[in-house]
Structures are given as C-alpha cells and as structure tokens.
Design a protein around this ligand. Structure first.
Ligand code: NAG
Ligand code: NAG
Ligand code: NAG
Ligand code: NAG
Ligand code: NAG
Ligand code: NAG
Ligand code: NAG
Ligand code: NAG
Length: 471
C-alpha cells in the first residue's frame, strides 16, 4: 500500500477502534504483517475490499479474480500483494499475475469449491500429450501461467481442496475431466510457495511445471493416506528448484520428480534438473518419499536430497520407468535419510507399464545412471531393496554406502533382489546383492554427493512487511 496515502486512514481507524474497542482483535484495527520473500511489494489490498465474503458459503471466485486483475496493474510499478483475512473463503480456480504475492492470514482458509460448473476446463500439458491424466482438465485451484516473480505465502494459513467429493466422483468414474490440482504454476520463473498448510487436495498438491527458480519452503501437506493421487510436491520439467522444511502426509508420493511422458515428453525434451530437497518429513504408506518418474521422458538430472525422515512409507527412494519412456535419470544423490517402518528402502522398476497411448516407441529406452545413496538408517523394514533394471538396458553406476537396515519380524528372506543393474556398495547391512559388488573395508567407498552450491541454494529471502485490516 502506498504508505503516504494510508497514514491518515490508519490513524483514523486506530482512533475509531480504541474508542469502541472491547474485543482483543479490534475489528477495524490495522495490523502489521511480516514475511520472507524473494521480493517485497509496494502495493497491497485485502480480498475484503473486492466484495469477498469469508463465511464458507459465498463463492469468492469473482472477488479473487477481480482483486488480482486490479492488482496486476502494479506489475511494473513495484508489484502487489493480496491479503486473505481470517475467514473461510470458498472459491473455484483463479489465476495469479506477475510481480504478485498472495498472503494468507494464519486464520484464513481458502476452500476449494465442490461445484464443478464453477471450474474452467483447460488444455492438457504438451509434454504429456492427450493422455489420460493430463488431458482436458479442471484448472487448478490456484493457477498461474507465463508469470515471473510470484509468491504464495502466509502465516501458515490453510488451503483446503475439499477433495472428498472429487475423490468419490473419481472412484465412481463420474468425472469428464482430470481433477484439479491445488496449485499449478507453469512456464514461470522466480516462484515461491511457503509457510502454508495444504489439506485435502483433489489431486496433486503443488505442481510447478516448465518453471525455473522455484522455492517451496515450510509447507505442511496433509491428505488422507487413502486419497487417490494426492502427491505432495511435483517438480516437472523445472530447472533450479529448492524444496525444504516440509512435512507431508500423502495418499501418493511425497515428492515426485517428473518430466513428461513417452513420445510427448521426448519431443518436448525439457528435463528437471538442479533440484535440491532437504529437511523433509514424509508419511507415504502407499508410495515413495521421493519418486523419480514414472513420467521422466524429458530427463531428470542432478537431484540432491538430504536430511530426510520417512515414517510408515512404502519406499524411500523409488525410480520408476519402462520401455517407451526414453529420457534419463542420472546424477542422483541422496544422503542422510532416517526411515521407520518401510516396505522397501530402495526400489527401482524398469517395467512400469502404463503409457500415454499406443503411439509410444518401445525402442525408446531410458538411461538410468549414476545413482548415489549414502548415510542412511532404516528400521522395521520388510525388504531392503528391489532393483529391477531393463533386460538389455541395465541401470548402471549405482552406488550405495554406509546404510544400515534393521529388518522387521516379517521381513522377506531375500533382502536384495537385483536384476539388470550394475554398481558398487560399501558398508551396507544386510549384505547387498552380487551385482552391487561389495567393496572390502580396505577400499571403503563413499558414494558421491556434490560439493558445489547451486544458484537456487544461494537465493536469499528478503524481510517484507505490509499493513492491513483484519476483516
Ligand atoms: C516461515 O515461517 C518461519 C517461522 O514461522 C520463518 O522463520 C520463515 O522465515 C518463514 N519463511 C518464509 C519464506 O516466509
Ligand atoms: C486462467 O488462465 C487460463 C490460461 O490463460 C485460462 O484458460 C483460464 O480460463 C483462466 N482462468 C480464469 C478463472 O480466468
Ligand atoms: C505461455 O508460454 C508458452 C511457451 O512460451 C506458450 O506456448 C503459451 O502459449 C503461453 N501461454 C499463454 C497463456 O500465454
Ligand atoms: C502449520 O499448521 C499445521 C496444521 O495445523 C501444523 O501441523 C504445523 O505445525 C504448523 N506449522 C508451523 C510452522 O506452525
Ligand atoms: C554413516 O551414516 C551416519 C548416518 O546414518 C552418519 O552419522 C555417519 O557419519 C556416516 N559415516 C560415515 C563414515 O560417513
Ligand atoms: C513394524 O512394521 C509393521 C508393519 O510392517 C507394523 O505393524 C509394526 O507396528 C511396526 N513396528 C514398529 C515397532 O514400528
Ligand atoms: C525378484 O525380482 C524379479 C523381477 O525383478 C521378480 O520377478 C521376482 O518375483 C522377485 N523375487 C522376489 C523373491 O521378490
Ligand atoms: C563385504 O566384504 C567383506 C570382505 O570383502 C566382508 O568382510 C564384509 O562382511 C562384507 N560386508 C557386507 C556388508 O557385505
């Protein structure tokens, strides 16, 4: 807000609220909010100024869009912030703008509308083709495309997708289009999503696609562990992404790294690379803490994950691919994982069968190479590893070191099931398979982890503030 203009109003409002102030939160008092962001903003406004009603019943789709359309005029004039005050703000999809921040008060809840007719239907993504999952689809609750410098943050305010009805319709095959994601930002750069709680997404939670310079920080994601496809964070054909300090409970993968599917992903050719994942806690009983693929046809390269806690999850790190995918998954580094109650610690599958359509090229073989896992402890594990490459296209350069896996009472007899893979291991308990030839203690190997620092790790957030009424 232009502070010069605001001062008289501020004084007046404070005076008014002291004369009749009985409650703790004076209804008209102006409060000051602080947050950290890639960029601060010169202008701000409240959703309430655009006719928003936070009663949980009234639709705010038009209010959100009117507010953001209005604020978009400040794109080249210091940027703008939209404040979402305490309340329950029911809305269908709305679009963000550039040089813009959406800020949720800690008691603000954005509620996803369950009325299908309110949701625009948009085109699928080119790297997926007209396949089943990303074909004509409902726009995401919070959507942004072709933007620069966009921030979604708050004092841990909540975005609730109200997914139950969507999950039910999906299971009953009652939907004509793919369920909406909670947040999708495409073809954008300088994107920050931080300090929010996301619950009950209808589909994936956070989907940055064809983006660069993305920070996802301090996000709590909660979905029932039985809910379909409620992936946590899915960096997809993005460069320079940093995911940190997140807590995720998911009905699918906590973090799923992607880059398009089969012939469409190969043709689009945009990899996900330079991805940092750190200080993540994950509960994923049916899927992986970190999944690479199965949509990896544009390639995945240079992923660095560390300081990860997994609880009651199916697998720790999982690479999913198959014939027809093409692309690559290479230069993957994971260290410092602590895991409790796991089905598999490491899983690689080269026979992931689902395809975009029959037009895939069965001779398009993926390259899986230079995969490094080290410094991990796991307990109550059913099976240490299932590593299944592709006959004639082995997964190579696998390195596993300093990993101690304690088995569950019900553990399998065969702990390392390896086919069509090659690599080395060192200091791993229980004994690895012969294809990961154990090095003797004299030639102890430590698997690589890069020492250089990526540009996205060096991005510092600025301290920002604004003032707003809390109604
Ligand atoms: C998120 O909140 C924490 C503590 O509440 C704060 O230290 C951090 O700076 C915030 N991060 C962002 C990106 O606002
Ligand atoms: C958001 O933008 C997309 C792409 O430009 C468009 O198809 C969609 O209708 C817009 N949604 C709204 C709510 O205006
Ligand atoms: C966004 O950018 C992509 C790639 O440059 C382009 O193909 C697409 O048409 C743009 N979309 C909009 C809504 O401007
Ligand atoms: C944010 O809210 C969630 C859900 O209430 C809570 O579990 C989490 O601890 C909160 N995070 C912070 C940093 O306060
Ligand atoms: C082995 O991993 C543990 C964590 O699981 C770590 O504390 C320890 O320093 C590592 N040892 C070596 C030799 O790197
Ligand atoms: C070990 O895992 C089994 C499931 O495989 C679970 O039922 C049991 O509670 C776990 N035990 C502990 C001590 O976490
Ligand atoms: C080992 O893996 C192969 C294929 O990768 C599978 O067919 C077989 O059932 C597995 N064996 C066990 C005991 O898990
Ligand atoms: C690795 O091989 C050495 C001998 O070469 C043996 O002493 C050690 O027990 C083996 N360790 C594992 C974990 O397989």
């Amino acid at each position: 807000m232009q502070s010069l203009v605001m001062v008289p109003t501020l004084v007046l409002l404070l005076l008014m609220s002291t004369t009749n102030g009985v409650e703790n939160r004076k209804p008209n008092a102006i409060e000051r909010f602080e947050y950290s962001a890639m960029n601060c903003r010169d202008h701000s406004a409240s959703l309430a100024d655009f006719g928003g009603v936070g009663d949980g019943i009234t639709s705010n789709t038009k209010a959100f869009q009117a507010a953001i359309n209005h604020l978009s005029r400040f794109s080249s004039d210091g940027g703008s912030l939209l404040f979402v005050p305490p309340g329950k703000w029911l809305t269908a999809s709305f679009n963000l703008t550039s040089h813009f921040t959406l800020f949720l008060h800690k008691d603000a809840v954005i509620l996803g509308s369950q009325d299908e007719s309110e949701w625009p239907v948009i085109e699928g993504l080119p790297s997926y083709g007209p396949g089943k999952d990303t074909d004509r689809r409902f726009s995401s609750l919070i959507f942004g495309t072709n933007l620069t410098n966009v921030v979604i943050t708050g004092d841990n305010g909540t975005i609730d997708g109200q997914g139950e009805l969507w999950w039910q319709k999906f299971r009953n095959r009652e939907l004509k289009f793919t369920r909406p994601f909670l947040i999708e930002i495409s073809y954008s750069e300088n994107v920050q999503i931080s300090n929010l709680t996301l619950v009950n997404s209808a589909n994936w939670n956070i989907h940055p696609v064809y983006c660069s310079n993305v920070i996802v920080q301090g996000i709590t994601i909660l979905a029932p562990v039985t809910s379909p496809n409620t992936d946590g964070i899915n960096p997809d054909s993005c460069t320079n992404t940093r995911i940190e300090d997140c807590y995720i409970v998911s009905g699918d993968d906590c973090v799923a790294v992607k880059s398009g599917l089969d012939q469409y992903g190969i043709a689009f050719g945009m990899p996900t690379k330079h991805l940092v994942i750190r200080r993540l806690t994950c509960i994923s009983p049916t899927s992986a803490v970190i999944a690479l693929g199965s949509e990896m046809s544009g390639g995945v390269q240079d992923v660095r994950a560390e300081n990860i806690v997994a609880i009651s999850s199916e697998s720790g790190v999982r690479i999913k691919t198959g014939k027809g995918r093409g692309g690559f998954v290479k230069d993957i580094y994971v260290k410092g994982m602590t895991m409790h109650t796991m089905r598999w610690v490491f899983w690689m599958t080269g026979n992931y069968g689902s395809h975009a359509d029959n037009g895939y090229d069965p001779n398009a073989l993926p390259v899986i190479q230079n995969i490094n896992y080290r410094d991990m402890v796991a307990e109550n594990v059913t099976m240490a590893s299932w590593l299944e490459g592709i006959p004639g296209d082995p997964f190579t350069g696998i390195c596993i070191s300093n990993v101690t896996i304690a088995l569950a009472e019900t553990a399998k007899k065969l702990q390392w099931n390896c086919t069509d893979i090659a690599g080395i291991s060192s200091g791993v308990v229980p004994h690895t398979c012969e294809l990961l030839a154990n090095q003797s203690l004299e030639k102890w190997t430590t698997c690589d982890f890069p020492e250089d620092i990526l540009p996205i790790e060096e991005v510092q957030l600025k301290k920002c503030s604004f003032r707003s009424k809390c109604v």
